[in-house]
Write a protein that binds this ligand. Structure first.
Ligand code: FES
Length: 194
């Protein structure tokens, strides 16, 4: 039987075990266990291999995985919507093939990423605001926040002060699964409750 390779953009166990200080882009949560989900604060590298490379702290919550799409059905710069981690408030998300290598990107070109749609400023939906030219979501229709999808959803401009939550994924064969959330979804204390 042929073994199917699984590609993940989840942080390693070593990263998950690395506790960090109090200067967070997102709220700090240390190793909360509950409801089958695990939450931790880790350090991630933005812009690895470049002069702008730097470590930043971020919250990661892992869940049982959910099928959200297929690699073969993704068309460049055409986001597909799905709900994650549940059907509750602010669970609307999108997966998109950017066409350029991205932080946490999966697939052979490392360009498939997924994000939650809720603006981290006041929770306004960013659905329909994807910009192919800049590989960004926004500007938010309320206060113009815009997020860079190539760099873990960091803020480019606007009123927000937290990065857009990035969805952790696995690619197994042609199937794309969501497995967790990297960052804090607006309106949730720890991504576990809506
Ligand atoms: S709700 Fe999006 S910038 Fe204020």
């Amino acid at each position: 039987m042929t073994k199917t390779t699984v590609y993940k953009n989840e942080p390693s166990r070593k990263e998950l075990a690395k506790e960090v200080g109090h200067k967070c882009l997102v709220s700090r949560r240390n190793f909360l266990i509950g409801s089958g989900a695990t939450t931790a604060t880790i350090m991630v590298v933005l812009n690895p291999g470049t002069a702008d490379a730097k470590e930043v702290p971020a919250q990661v919550t892992t869940y049982p995985r959910k099928l959200i799409g297929h690699v073969s059905k993704l068309k460049q710069d055409e986001p597909l919507d799905f709900s994650y981690p549940d059907e509750g408030a602010h669970s609307d998300c999108m997966v998109v093939k950017l066409g350029v290598k991205a932080g946490g990107g999966l697939g052979k070109d490392q360009d498939i990423v997924a994000y939650n749609y809720a603006c981290t400023h006041q929770g306004n939906s960013l659905s329909g605001s994807y910009k192919a030219e800049t590989k960004s979501l926004g500007a938010c229709s309320l206060h113009l926040s815009t997020y860079d999808l190539t760099r873990h959803g960091i803020l480019i401009s606007g009123q927000a002060y937290q990065s857009l939550p990035q969805i952790l994924m696995e690619v197994e064969g042609d199937k794309i699964y969501a497995t967790g959330v990297f960052g804090l979804i607006f309106g949730r204390e720890n991504n576990l409750h809506s």
